[in-house]
Ligand binder design. Structure first.
Ligand code: GLU
Length: 316
């Protein structure tokens, strides 16, 4: 399949896309992003790579890192993880506090803020050097040794992280945080601040399309069974309270971040990343979702079964 041509077709079709959305401003460092950036990158099971647009430029991956911290914690503590965090879609915004009190400090899933903070608490307990060990884990998956935290973004988020402070304190009051709240939160902010390009992102997530094997060295990051669990969580919880809509329109497990990045995987086939910083009202990249919707329609690739291509493509 000529993926490059398909990317061009998508970009052409979306050039006058008028629902580009707003860049995130609640973290001041993210407000500087240029809403006109757009990149798509695809890595296939055979190792072929296809690109379009701004694919080499780094951006803040934000919540996308929640999948990577989840994978790392799952490797370290196994199924004990599910005693501290659930696997159900939340149906609420990523930073909503409402459910957390009802559910006595056990977050609905590891991809909303509260869940990711619990995962960070586990990593802080388990790792000798959490910052160093985690970034090395990400570098090994991406094959890019220069991937790093962005101190400025982490600091910017820390200065206005009132809601995340509320989450962690509420969970601490229910006994679901073991370490010092400030230490855990600082680690969480750093995880969100990691910067990558579309190219890095597609490469980093490729192991989830390969039953848990890192394509760069065939190392087993997760077993096939564990990989299934992570992909299921991405499908159900990867897009905040728009996860159903993403499954409905795109049909792949994936994860978005408020930096405007989205990564999605098609098991045994490919990993695809898109970046467009304008967000819709749910905090997901507006143009990014549309681009992936068109992409999976044209390529007939989705986990629910191929759909026939009609004379006229229907995106609605
Ligand atoms: N660092 C962001 C926060 O905690 C992550 C949000 C996101 O990308 O969903 O608010």
């Amino acid at each position: 399949m000529n993926y490059k041509e398909i990317f061009e077709q998508i970009s052409d079709e979306l050039k006058d896309f008028d629902q580009i959305g707003q860049v995130a401003t609640y973290i001041p460092a993210l407000a500087k992003a240029n809403p006109n950036k757009f990149g798509m990158y695809l890595v296939t099971e055979e190792g072929h790579e296809y690109d379009h647009g701004d694919v080499e430029e780094n951006f803040s991956i934000q919540s996308i890192s929640k999948v990577l911290s989840l994978v790392y914690a799952f490797k370290l503590v196994g199924t004990d993880l599910w005693r501290r965090v659930g696997v159900e879609p939340s149906g609420s915004p990523f930073n909503s506090l409402v459910q957390l009190e009802y559910e006595q400090g056990i977050p609905r899933n590891p991809l909303i803020n509260a869940g990711a903070i619990v995962v960070c608490d586990i990593l802080v307990s388990q790792l000798d050097n959490p910052y160093q060990d985690f970034i090395q884990f990400v570098r090994d998956l991406s094959g890019n040794p220069s991937i790093d935290y962005c101190k400025e973004t982490a600091q910017s988020e820390k200065e206005c992280g009132f809601k995340n402070n509320a989450h962690i304190n509420l969970m601490k009051s229910y006994g679901n945080i073991d370490n010092d709240v400030e230490e855990v939160l600082d680690f969480y902010f750093h995880l969100c601040s990691i910067e990558m390009s579309c190219k890095d992102l597609a490469q980093t997530f490729m192991f989830l399309a390969r039953s848990g094997k890192n394509p760069l060295n065939n190392d087993k990051v997760l077993t096939a069974r564990e990989t299934k669990r992570i992909n299921a969580i991405m499908l159900l919880c990867g897009f905040y309270d728009e996860a159903g809509e993403f499954a409905f329109k795109v049909g792949l497990p994936g994860k978005s971040g408020v930096g405007g990045g989205i990564v999605a995987i098609y098991p045994d086939q490919y990993s695809v990343a898109v970046w467009s910083p304008g967000l819709n009202s749910k905090g997901n990249s507006s143009k990014g979702i549309k681009a992936l919707e068109i992409f999976t329609t044209i390529t007939q690739s989705n986990v629910f079964g191929p759909s026939p291509i009609f004379d006229e493509l229907e995106y609605e």
